[in-house]
Design a binder for this molecule. Structure first.
Ligand code: SF4
Length: 417
């Protein structure tokens, strides 16, 4: 069994998540002490130099986002938001961090806030994550009592207040600008980008918004340095990633490994291979808005650029495995149903288009002699138009699973018959 390398999950399972004392005795809040003695510039440059990329799905360089929020103005009102609205099917890494080590997240948030000079922050947690909400709330209260939150943190003169906002079950609220609308108390409708949150975010103020896993990497980077972080993983994807592996594997679960592992290593060595002695059929990488990998991708390294080179996405790090007896057309139908359901209806191409994609596929599947080649090229053509004309990432998503399922798996299967 390959050994895990844990950074974001460094305390997971090792300390009592409800005890700040145990967190402190495991070097907790040491990175914050170090950060508060440095200039903010040094903090966001360290994060930039580490090469850390956003772990929510988009993979944008975290330090660049931080720098944008830091330099836009010096003394204006600013906010920091943690995106903990984890709604992608098959993804549960943020929940694990919040449930097992909530103080690492808080420490990362205070460091981020200090680096951009923000004095107020929110953790936006999906409402279904009751235990996460409870644990993060308790950790916030403990952090206030111990002087890691509030006024004059650790005597540094820096103030930062943090509170929780609960999501109400909309997949769209995982998108940063939609999430910001929701924190403002409005219905979760996407905003047009640009402007980006670093320029015009919460209540119109510059806002730094990062995912839970991204922020959970901050303390270790500040303690050990960018060079150390860059020595882990690959050149273009430094550090580690939490992979959540589910579906037809013997040992589903969450695992943190340096980037560069192959899909084969993750599925067969880490997750114990395919259940019931069956063969590998496919893996959906990144959840519903992700891409289908086939057998030919088993040796591809898991990293942002290597996956992109072969037309795949890393997304949130979710890997849903299907054995070779699964009907992937039914899976695709469920994915289209999901997008149809979650479309907010604000723009017509997505509102009408996601329903049409679902209806076309379901009608074709219900015919006696279903043949994927009769429908997939047309679905891909339609999904491409929806992607090009929709406002937010939801409308841009159905093309990814549709095209990858067809090109990587179904097209070659059809050619054999
Ligand atoms: S793309 Fe879909 S989800 Fe996004 S704004 Fe338009 S209708 Fe709403």
């Amino acid at each position: 069994m390959l050994k895990e390398y844990r950074i974001a999950l460094r305390n997971s399972g090792l300390i009592n998540p409800e005890s700040i004392e145990e967190f402190i005795s495991a070097d907790g809040y040491q990175a914050l002490r170090k950060a508060l003695k440095s200039e903010p510039l040094g903090i966001y440059e360290e994060i930039y130099d580490s090469g850390l990329r956003g772990r929510g799905g988009a993979g944008f360089p975290t330090g660049a986002k931080e720098k944008a929020a830091a330099v836009i103005c010096s003394d204006c009102e600013k906010y920091v938001i943690c995106n903990a609205d984890e709604g992608e099917p098959g993804t549960f890494k943020d929940r694990i961090i919040m449930e097992t080590d909530p103080h690492t997240l808080i420490e990362g948030m205070v460091i981020a806030a200090y680096s951009v000079n923000a004095h107020r922050g929110f953790v936006y947690i999906r409402g279904e994550y009751k235990l996460s909400i409870q644990r993060v709330q308790l950790a916030i209260e403990q952090a206030y009592k111990h002087g890691f939150l509030g006024k004059n943190i650790l005597g540094s003169g820096f103030d930062f207040d943090l509170e929780i906002r609960r999501g109400a079950g909309s997949y769209l609220c995982g998108e940063e600008l939609t999430l910001i609308e929701s924190v403002e108390g409005k219905r979760g409708y996407p905003r047009i980008k640009p402007p980006y949150p670093a320029e015009h975010g919460l209540w119109g103020a510059p806002t730094l918004i990062n995912n839970v896993e991204t922020l959970a990497n901050f303390p270790s980077i500040i303690l050990n340095g960018a060079k150390w972080y860059r020595s882990i993983g690959t050149e273009n994807s430094p550090g580690t990633k939490i992979f959540t592996i589910s579906g037809d594997v013997n040992k589903p679960g969450y695992y943190e490994f340096p980037f560069g592992m192959t899909l084969k290593e993750l599925v067969f060595d880490v997750a114990g291979g395919i259940k019931d002695g069956k063969g590998f059929g496919a893996a959906l990488l990144g959840g519903a808005a992700g891409t289908f990998a086939s057998k030919k991708h088993l040796d591809v390294q898991m990293g942002y650029d290597k996956l992109k080179e072969v037309g795949l996405t890393l997304g949130s790090g979710a890997i849903i495995v299907f054995d070779d007896t699964r009907n992937l057309n039914d899976t695709m139908l469920n994915i289209l149903k999901f997008f149809k359901h979650e479309s907010c209806g604000k723009c017509i191409p997505c509102r009408v288009g996601t329903s049409q994609l679902y209806n076309h596929l379901v009608n074709e599947i219900n015919k006696n002699h279903f043949n994927p080649s009769n429908i997939y090229p047309e679905l891909i053509r339609q999904a491409d138009i929806i992607a090009k004309t929709s406002l937010c990432p939801l409308g841009q998503s159905p093309i990814l699973p549709l095209r990858s399922l067809w090109q990587n798996i179904l097209e070659s299967n059809s050619a054999k018959h």
